[in-house]
Design a binder for this molecule. Structure first.
Ligand code: UDP
Ligand code: MG
Length: 208
């Protein structure tokens, strides 16, 4: 038996069959509500929530050799090399024991996306996209007071630009494949979750 992420089984006829986990990418600009809504999805639909940003911040705290590099990139709103983020995601998937994942805040650029598919051979079931105007995201980020080094106006502006330039193309890529489920995110948490629930309740989870 392989790991959850690269699971292989001997089928009845001796052929090797793959059992891949279900992955939903949760994307949207900084402050669009990805983390908040992921917590709601976990409670209601049995997914494991993996925030790429949280995994990177934990990696900094752990005193890893990459810590300083990651910290500098986050402070500048830049995208950490795929290799680092993908390793953290794979490890978290393996350790979870689950086979359904919300991957929040990743892939952030085309290179992240292609590298993840190449390394894990996993394609997302769908992409949940929280669409929110910059002014609303800016207001939320400046009010959330989580002590994050990147929630200051200079870094926020950089993060918006990186989202527009690098992350939106990933959403467009999946949109062209019919995989994007777009949510109007500039609404109260409960209202947004009603829209989210409708998506997870329909039988599109396994669509590919
Ligand atoms: N980050 C990254 N790669 C990822 C996810 C996050 O490089 O796959 C870095 C990037 O610098 C980003 C920061 O971590 O600006 C914070 O990401 P997070 O998703 O936590 O922020 P959010 O968008 O949720 O506010
Ligand atoms: Mg987040």
């Amino acid at each position: 038996m392989g790991t959850v992420v690269e699971a292989t089984n001997q089928g009845e006829n001796g052929n090797v069959t793959e059992q891949k986990p279900t992955v939903v990418f949760v994307l949207g600009g900084p402050g669009s509500g990805k983390g908040t809504q992921c917590a709601n999805i976990v409670e209601n639909f049995g997914y494991t929530h993996l925030s790429a940003g949280d995994l990177l911040r934990a990696e900094i705290k752990s005193g890893s050799e990459n810590g300083t590099m990651i910290q500098n990139m986050i402070k500048e709103g830049k995208i950490v090399p795929s290799e680092v983020t993908i390793k953290l995601l794979q490890k978290a998937m393996q350790e979870s024991g689950n086979d359904k994942f919300l991957i929040d805040g990743f892939p952030r650029n085309e290179e992240n996306r292609a590298a993840f598919e190449e390394v894990t051979k996993i394609e997302p079931a769908f992409v949940l996209y929280f669409d929110c105007p910059d002014e609303e995201m800016e207001r939320r980020l400046l009010n959330r007071n989580q002590g994050r080094e990147d929630d200051n106006i200079e870094t926020i502006r950089k993060r918006f630009k990186v989202f527009m330039d690098s992350s939106l193309p990933v959403i467009n890529y999946y949109d062209a494949k019919g995989k994007v489920r777009k949510i109007e995110a500039a609404r109260p948490i409960n209202e947004v979750f009603e829209s989210v629930k409708a998506i997870f309740s329909t039988k599109n989870e396994k669509a590919d």
